[in-house]
Design a protein around this ligand. Structure first.
Ligand code: NAD
Length: 275
Protein backbone atom coordinates (compact mmCIF):
# COMPACT_ATOMS: atom_id res chain seq x y z
CA UNK A 1 0.00 0.00 0.00
CA UNK A 2 1.63 3.34 -1.05
CA UNK A 3 2.18 6.11 1.53
CA UNK A 4 5.49 7.13 3.15
CA UNK A 5 5.05 7.44 6.93
CA UNK A 6 8.57 8.36 8.00
CA UNK A 7 10.52 10.98 6.04
CA UNK A 8 13.88 10.44 7.78
CA UNK A 9 16.66 10.09 5.17
CA UNK A 10 14.20 10.28 2.28
CA UNK A 11 15.27 12.18 -0.84
CA UNK A 12 12.59 14.84 -1.41
CA UNK A 13 12.76 16.65 -4.75
CA UNK A 14 10.87 19.95 -4.94
CA UNK A 15 10.56 22.33 -7.90
CA UNK A 16 9.75 26.02 -7.55
CA UNK A 17 11.30 25.81 -4.09
CA UNK A 18 12.83 29.29 -4.13
CA UNK A 19 9.67 30.88 -2.77
CA UNK A 20 6.23 30.36 -1.24
CA UNK A 21 4.79 26.85 -1.13
CA UNK A 22 7.88 25.07 -2.49
CA UNK A 23 10.13 26.80 0.03
CA UNK A 24 7.76 25.96 2.89
CA UNK A 25 7.58 22.32 1.76
CA UNK A 26 11.39 22.09 1.56
CA UNK A 27 11.61 23.40 5.14
CA UNK A 28 8.91 21.00 6.34
CA UNK A 29 10.74 18.00 4.81
CA UNK A 30 14.03 19.22 6.31
CA UNK A 31 12.45 19.38 9.77
CA UNK A 32 11.27 15.78 9.36
CA UNK A 33 14.82 14.59 8.61
CA UNK A 34 14.41 14.26 4.82
CA UNK A 35 17.06 15.45 2.33
CA UNK A 36 15.53 18.24 0.23
CA UNK A 37 16.83 18.54 -3.32
CA UNK A 38 15.43 21.79 -4.58
CA UNK A 39 15.18 23.55 -7.94
CA UNK A 40 13.96 26.91 -9.17
CA UNK A 41 14.38 29.10 -12.23
CA UNK A 42 15.44 31.96 -9.94
CA UNK A 43 19.11 31.49 -8.95
CA UNK A 44 19.33 33.89 -6.01
CA UNK A 45 16.13 32.57 -4.43
CA UNK A 46 17.12 28.90 -4.60
CA UNK A 47 20.58 29.67 -3.23
CA UNK A 48 18.99 31.50 -0.30
CA UNK A 49 16.65 28.61 0.51
CA UNK A 50 19.57 26.19 0.29
CA UNK A 51 21.48 28.37 2.79
CA UNK A 52 18.45 28.56 5.14
CA UNK A 53 18.14 24.77 5.20
CA UNK A 54 21.88 24.21 5.59
CA UNK A 55 21.78 26.55 8.58
CA UNK A 56 19.39 24.06 10.23
CA UNK A 57 22.18 21.47 9.99
CA UNK A 58 20.29 19.49 7.33
CA UNK A 59 21.75 18.01 4.14
CA UNK A 60 20.33 19.80 1.07
CA UNK A 61 21.24 20.27 -2.61
CA UNK A 62 19.97 22.72 -5.18
CA UNK A 63 20.04 23.38 -8.89
CA UNK A 64 18.77 26.13 -11.16
CA UNK A 65 16.27 24.58 -13.58
CA UNK A 66 13.38 25.80 -15.70
CA UNK A 67 10.62 23.18 -15.47
CA UNK A 68 9.16 24.22 -18.82
CA UNK A 69 12.38 23.07 -20.53
CA UNK A 70 12.42 19.28 -20.87
CA UNK A 71 16.22 19.07 -21.16
CA UNK A 72 16.70 21.09 -17.97
CA UNK A 73 14.30 18.85 -16.03
CA UNK A 74 16.11 15.76 -17.34
CA UNK A 75 19.44 17.34 -16.26
CA UNK A 76 17.96 17.99 -12.82
CA UNK A 77 16.85 14.37 -12.55
CA UNK A 78 20.36 13.20 -13.56
CA UNK A 79 21.85 15.53 -10.93
CA UNK A 80 19.60 14.03 -8.22
CA UNK A 81 20.06 10.39 -9.23
CA UNK A 82 23.87 10.68 -9.72
CA UNK A 83 24.19 12.24 -6.28
CA UNK A 84 21.73 10.17 -4.24
CA UNK A 85 20.93 7.14 -6.40
CA UNK A 86 17.24 7.37 -5.56
CA UNK A 87 14.21 9.63 -5.32
CA UNK A 88 11.57 9.06 -2.67
CA UNK A 89 9.36 12.12 -3.04
CA UNK A 90 8.82 14.27 -6.12
CA UNK A 91 6.92 17.48 -5.54
CA UNK A 92 6.18 19.09 -8.91
CA UNK A 93 5.34 22.50 -7.58
CA UNK A 94 6.70 25.29 -9.80
CA UNK A 95 3.98 27.40 -11.35
CA UNK A 96 3.04 30.87 -12.57
CA UNK A 97 -0.17 32.77 -11.96
CA UNK A 98 -0.75 34.74 -15.13
CA UNK A 99 -4.34 35.91 -15.48
CA UNK A 100 -6.83 37.92 -17.45
CA UNK A 101 -10.21 37.50 -19.14
CA UNK A 102 -10.05 34.93 -21.94
CA UNK A 103 -11.37 37.38 -24.55
CA UNK A 104 -8.15 39.45 -24.23
CA UNK A 105 -5.66 36.94 -22.80
CA UNK A 106 -2.76 36.65 -25.31
CA UNK A 107 -2.25 33.19 -26.79
CA UNK A 108 1.51 33.35 -26.16
CA UNK A 109 0.76 33.87 -22.47
CA UNK A 110 -1.70 30.97 -22.54
CA UNK A 111 1.06 28.79 -24.00
CA UNK A 112 3.54 29.94 -21.35
CA UNK A 113 1.08 29.09 -18.56
CA UNK A 114 0.60 25.59 -20.00
CA UNK A 115 4.36 25.12 -20.53
CA UNK A 116 5.19 25.87 -16.89
CA UNK A 117 2.11 24.70 -14.97
CA UNK A 118 1.21 21.66 -17.09
CA UNK A 119 4.24 20.50 -19.09
CA UNK A 120 6.54 21.26 -16.14
CA UNK A 121 4.71 18.58 -14.16
CA UNK A 122 4.75 16.06 -17.01
CA UNK A 123 8.51 16.53 -17.59
CA UNK A 124 9.08 16.05 -13.85
CA UNK A 125 7.13 12.80 -13.75
CA UNK A 126 8.69 11.41 -16.95
CA UNK A 127 12.22 12.17 -15.70
CA UNK A 128 11.94 10.67 -12.21
CA UNK A 129 9.34 7.93 -12.59
CA UNK A 130 11.56 5.16 -14.09
CA UNK A 131 13.72 5.20 -10.91
CA UNK A 132 10.68 5.13 -8.64
CA UNK A 133 9.34 2.14 -10.58
CA UNK A 134 12.72 0.37 -10.19
CA UNK A 135 12.66 1.13 -6.46
CA UNK A 136 9.04 -0.05 -6.19
CA UNK A 137 8.40 2.93 -3.91
CA UNK A 138 7.94 6.67 -3.91
CA UNK A 139 5.37 9.43 -3.84
CA UNK A 140 4.57 12.11 -6.42
CA UNK A 141 2.81 15.32 -5.37
CA UNK A 142 1.62 17.65 -8.10
CA UNK A 143 0.68 21.17 -7.07
CA UNK A 144 -2.63 21.88 -8.77
CA UNK A 145 -4.96 24.47 -7.20
CA UNK A 146 -8.46 25.14 -6.01
CA UNK A 147 -8.62 26.60 -9.55
CA UNK A 148 -8.18 23.00 -10.79
CA UNK A 149 -11.42 21.96 -9.10
CA UNK A 150 -13.50 25.08 -9.81
CA UNK A 151 -12.85 27.53 -12.64
CA UNK A 152 -11.60 30.83 -11.19
CA UNK A 153 -12.42 34.13 -12.88
CA UNK A 154 -10.46 35.76 -14.55
CA UNK A 155 -7.87 32.96 -14.54
CA UNK A 156 -9.04 30.88 -17.52
CA UNK A 157 -5.61 29.76 -18.73
CA UNK A 158 -4.42 29.10 -15.20
CA UNK A 159 -7.59 27.13 -14.38
CA UNK A 160 -7.20 25.11 -17.60
CA UNK A 161 -3.62 24.20 -16.66
CA UNK A 162 -4.66 23.17 -13.14
CA UNK A 163 -7.73 21.17 -14.24
CA UNK A 164 -5.34 19.33 -16.59
CA UNK A 165 -3.07 18.54 -13.64
CA UNK A 166 -5.96 17.22 -11.56
CA UNK A 167 -7.09 14.89 -14.38
CA UNK A 168 -3.55 13.76 -15.16
CA UNK A 169 -2.83 13.12 -11.47
CA UNK A 170 -6.03 11.09 -11.03
CA UNK A 171 -5.03 8.72 -13.83
CA UNK A 172 -1.36 8.55 -12.78
CA UNK A 173 -2.41 7.64 -9.24
CA UNK A 174 -4.55 4.71 -10.37
CA UNK A 175 -1.86 3.46 -12.76
CA UNK A 176 1.06 3.66 -10.32
CA UNK A 177 -0.57 1.88 -7.40
CA UNK A 178 0.66 -1.46 -8.79
CA UNK A 179 4.24 -0.13 -8.43
CA UNK A 180 3.64 0.90 -4.81
CA UNK A 181 3.93 4.58 -5.78
CA UNK A 182 1.52 7.10 -4.26
CA UNK A 183 0.27 10.16 -6.17
CA UNK A 184 -1.43 13.26 -4.77
CA UNK A 185 -2.80 16.50 -6.21
CA UNK A 186 -2.56 19.36 -3.74
CA UNK A 187 -5.17 22.06 -4.34
CA UNK A 188 -4.43 25.25 -2.37
CA UNK A 189 -6.80 28.17 -2.15
CA UNK A 190 -5.61 31.72 -1.50
CA UNK A 191 -2.03 31.53 -0.22
CA UNK A 192 0.17 34.48 0.66
CA UNK A 193 3.19 33.98 -1.64
CA UNK A 194 4.92 35.88 -4.45
CA UNK A 195 2.72 34.38 -7.16
CA UNK A 196 0.46 37.38 -7.79
CA UNK A 197 3.16 40.03 -7.36
CA UNK A 198 5.45 38.11 -9.79
CA UNK A 199 2.60 37.31 -12.16
CA UNK A 200 1.30 39.06 -15.21
CA UNK A 201 -2.22 40.40 -15.63
CA UNK A 202 -3.96 41.30 -18.88
CA UNK A 203 -6.95 43.46 -18.09
CA UNK A 204 -9.92 44.82 -19.96
CA UNK A 205 -10.67 48.48 -19.52
CA UNK A 206 -12.51 49.35 -16.34
CA UNK A 207 -11.79 45.99 -14.67
CA UNK A 208 -11.94 46.26 -10.93
CA UNK A 209 -9.40 43.52 -10.07
CA UNK A 210 -5.96 44.84 -11.07
CA UNK A 211 -2.66 43.24 -10.03
CA UNK A 212 -1.91 45.73 -7.27
CA UNK A 213 -5.27 45.15 -5.60
CA UNK A 214 -4.93 41.37 -5.95
CA UNK A 215 -1.42 41.45 -4.46
CA UNK A 216 -2.74 43.39 -1.46
CA UNK A 217 -5.70 41.00 -1.16
CA UNK A 218 -3.46 37.90 -1.15
CA UNK A 219 -1.16 39.52 1.40
CA UNK A 220 -4.04 40.38 3.71
CA UNK A 221 -6.28 37.31 3.36
CA UNK A 222 -3.93 34.60 2.08
CA UNK A 223 -3.10 31.57 4.23
CA UNK A 224 0.58 31.05 5.03
CA UNK A 225 2.37 28.65 2.64
CA UNK A 226 3.33 26.50 5.66
CA UNK A 227 -0.32 25.43 5.78
CA UNK A 228 0.05 23.92 2.30
CA UNK A 229 3.33 22.26 3.29
CA UNK A 230 1.55 20.61 6.21
CA UNK A 231 -1.13 19.36 3.81
CA UNK A 232 1.51 17.98 1.44
CA UNK A 233 3.21 15.93 4.18
CA UNK A 234 -0.12 14.68 5.53
CA UNK A 235 -1.29 13.86 2.00
CA UNK A 236 1.81 11.70 1.46
CA UNK A 237 1.51 9.94 4.84
CA UNK A 238 -2.14 9.11 4.21
CA UNK A 239 -1.70 8.69 0.45
CA UNK A 240 -4.58 11.09 -0.29
CA UNK A 241 -5.75 11.54 -3.89
CA UNK A 242 -6.58 15.23 -3.47
CA UNK A 243 -5.54 17.62 -0.71
CA UNK A 244 -7.64 20.82 -0.75
CA UNK A 245 -6.07 23.57 1.39
CA UNK A 246 -8.28 26.34 2.79
CA UNK A 247 -12.02 26.50 3.49
CA UNK A 248 -12.60 28.49 0.27
CA UNK A 249 -11.53 25.44 -1.75
CA UNK A 250 -13.56 22.94 0.27
CA UNK A 251 -16.73 25.09 0.15
CA UNK A 252 -16.68 25.74 -3.62
CA UNK A 253 -15.73 22.11 -4.33
CA UNK A 254 -18.64 20.81 -2.24
CA UNK A 255 -21.07 23.29 -3.83
CA UNK A 256 -20.05 22.10 -7.29
CA UNK A 257 -20.48 18.44 -6.34
CA UNK A 258 -23.86 19.27 -4.82
CA UNK A 259 -25.20 21.46 -7.67
CA UNK A 260 -23.58 22.47 -10.95
CA UNK A 261 -26.35 25.06 -11.39
CA UNK A 262 -25.48 26.74 -8.10
CA UNK A 263 -21.75 26.65 -8.93
CA UNK A 264 -22.54 28.24 -12.31
CA UNK A 265 -24.55 30.99 -10.63
CA UNK A 266 -21.69 31.74 -8.23
CA UNK A 267 -19.25 31.94 -11.18
CA UNK A 268 -21.56 34.41 -12.97
CA UNK A 269 -21.58 36.62 -9.87
CA UNK A 270 -17.76 36.45 -9.62
CA UNK A 271 -17.50 37.36 -13.33
CA UNK A 272 -19.79 40.36 -12.85
CA UNK A 273 -17.64 41.52 -9.92
CA UNK A 274 -14.26 40.94 -11.59
CA UNK A 275 -14.78 42.14 -15.18
P1 NAD B 1 5.68 31.66 -5.68
O1 NAD B 1 5.72 32.63 -6.83
O2 NAD B 1 5.89 32.19 -4.32
O3 NAD B 1 6.69 30.46 -5.94
C1 NAD B 1 6.79 29.84 -7.20
C2 NAD B 1 8.25 29.54 -7.49
O4 NAD B 1 8.32 28.87 -8.76
C3 NAD B 1 9.10 30.82 -7.61
O5 NAD B 1 10.25 30.73 -6.80
C4 NAD B 1 9.47 30.87 -9.09
O6 NAD B 1 10.76 31.44 -9.32
C5 NAD B 1 9.40 29.41 -9.48
N1 NAD B 1 9.19 29.22 -10.91
C6 NAD B 1 8.39 29.91 -11.74
N2 NAD B 1 8.49 29.47 -12.98
C7 NAD B 1 9.39 28.45 -12.95
C8 NAD B 1 9.93 27.60 -13.92
N3 NAD B 1 9.58 27.71 -15.23
N4 NAD B 1 10.82 26.66 -13.54
C9 NAD B 1 11.21 26.56 -12.25
N5 NAD B 1 10.75 27.36 -11.28
C10 NAD B 1 9.84 28.29 -11.63
O7 NAD B 1 4.25 30.98 -5.81
P2 NAD B 1 3.52 29.82 -4.97
O8 NAD B 1 2.19 30.37 -4.63
O9 NAD B 1 4.37 29.27 -3.94
O10 NAD B 1 3.30 28.76 -6.15
C11 NAD B 1 3.69 27.41 -6.07
C12 NAD B 1 2.64 26.56 -6.75
O11 NAD B 1 1.42 26.67 -6.01
C13 NAD B 1 2.29 26.96 -8.17
O12 NAD B 1 2.14 25.81 -8.96
C14 NAD B 1 0.97 27.67 -8.02
O13 NAD B 1 0.21 27.62 -9.20
C15 NAD B 1 0.35 26.89 -6.91
N6 NAD B 1 -0.74 27.55 -6.20
C16 NAD B 1 -0.55 28.74 -5.57
C17 NAD B 1 -1.63 29.34 -4.92
C18 NAD B 1 -1.51 30.66 -4.21
O14 NAD B 1 -2.54 31.25 -3.84
N7 NAD B 1 -0.32 31.16 -3.95
C19 NAD B 1 -2.90 28.72 -4.92
C20 NAD B 1 -3.03 27.51 -5.57
C21 NAD B 1 -1.95 26.93 -6.20
Amino acid sequence: MPGIKNFKGKVAVITGAGSGIGRATAHAFAKEGAIPVIADIHEERIENVEKEIKALGVEVSSMVADVSDRAQVEAFSKFVLDRYGRVDILHNNAGIGWGGPLEVFPLEDFQKVMEVNFWGVIYGVQSFLPRMIEQKSGHIVNTASGAGLNGVIPLGAYSASKFAIVGYTEVLRAELRRHNIGVTAVCPGIINTNIVKDGKATLIEGASADQEKMTAFYKRFGWPPERVAKGVLKGIRKNRAIVPVGPEVWILWYIKRFSITLADLINSIFARMAL
